[in-house]
Ligand binder design. Sequence first.
Ligand code: PA5
Length: 465
Amino acid sequence: MFGLFTKLKKITEKYVILQSLKFQEMIKVNIEGCRPFVKAEEFEQYADKALDAFDVLQSEKGAGNDFLGWKTLPVDIPESLIKDCEAIREDWKKRGVNLVVVIGIGGSYLGARCAIEALSHQFLPQENAPRVVFAGNNLSEDYLAELMDLVKKSNAGCVVISKSGTTTEPAVAFRVVKTYLEETYKDAGKRIVAITDGAKGALKTLSVQEGYRSFVVPDNVGGRFSVLTPVGILPIVLAGFDIRAMLKGAADERESLIKRGKENAAVQYAAMRNLLYSSLGKKVEILACFNPRLQYLGEWLKQLFGESEGKEGKGIFPASVIFTTDLHSMGQFIQEGERVMFETTVSVEKVNRSVTIAFEEQNLDKLNYLAGEHVEHCNKMAQLGTKLAHMDGGVPQIEIGMEQVDEYNLGAVFYFFEFACGISAYMLGINPFNQPGVEAYKNNMFALLRKPGYEKQTEEILARL
Ligand code: PA5
């Protein structure tokens, strides 16, 4: 009897340990949907290559190793920085600020937008927090004019973010917003916060001159890896979300990812996507979510992978879709078009809210077979059905699982993908942390705008037209 009790206790303990291990690995990878397309031995080879790339990333001896500050951000961010952000939130509350314009582009905006859109109510304003809108991420005059319609009807504050401090899009938007704030509010200087380089750049100079409160983008963190610096932290705090939970999620995920091994979720993901690309010619990765609040996760991921890997004539082209919405637009192509893609679905285990389908006597829509079911049950079955259909259509399937959409899990997702991206780009033999290609359009634009200093390029480009 006693023996049986001990045995049962051991089994229970083992179960508890297994459960807690399972819990530690917050972001889970399922590559089973690729198995029919790849040979097991080949995956093993790629997993070995991914481990080599993991070592390069962890030893910090690879290309771009002066941009690895993001790796320890979740444990490096001091409490004082968060407190400074909260102080601005409280100060703006006292000034009655009900609209925050976050100005920035690329890595200086996508992380914050992804987090805020994922966490916000999709229709109602966030309680006890200002509305957060984004600007400086395009050069559309209509956009800016309509933004100013809103600013003029609100009590506004502005966060301007540019690491270089010289990017045209945010500079143009900032000039428009700043001019209005200065003309309208005596305390305009207190309604502007700058996030930029610690020492150089036009924005740094201006913030010193005008006495703006400011935060530094660390030198060793590139834009697309900067969501857990003040670039993401301040907007997320101002929007009323729990940044400590987000950093904790990222720190816990870091803890599980720094363990070397083929079971490492980031190693598996990087290995499989490189195998699909190099061996099967799958040159497009469709990043899919079955939850519209994650639309901007797709945008953030496109920048992360696109800018990190798309170099030297190499790289997997990242595309993004929201399902089931886009099954009614892109579904046909994914099912039967050119067979160049694999699909990575970020799947969310639990929903935050509950809606069930009612029974109707008449049953004209023939939905009574679903009466009493949760809508998410339909979503999950759509997800499973899509996975199987796309596999039948020759599209390998990777699944990245997160528990639910909240600050903690989003922090984990950010860290997971940054880490996996580093491994993946090193596998391709690419420096993940530079972006030489983004200068080309800027040079042409400056030449066409006749920017001083570009006279020769202006002549050359006009001759081409
Ligand atoms: O990832 C990157 O480095 C880029 O997307 C930049 O973030 C983007 O170009 C904006 O640059 P900056 O912050 O210097 O204005």
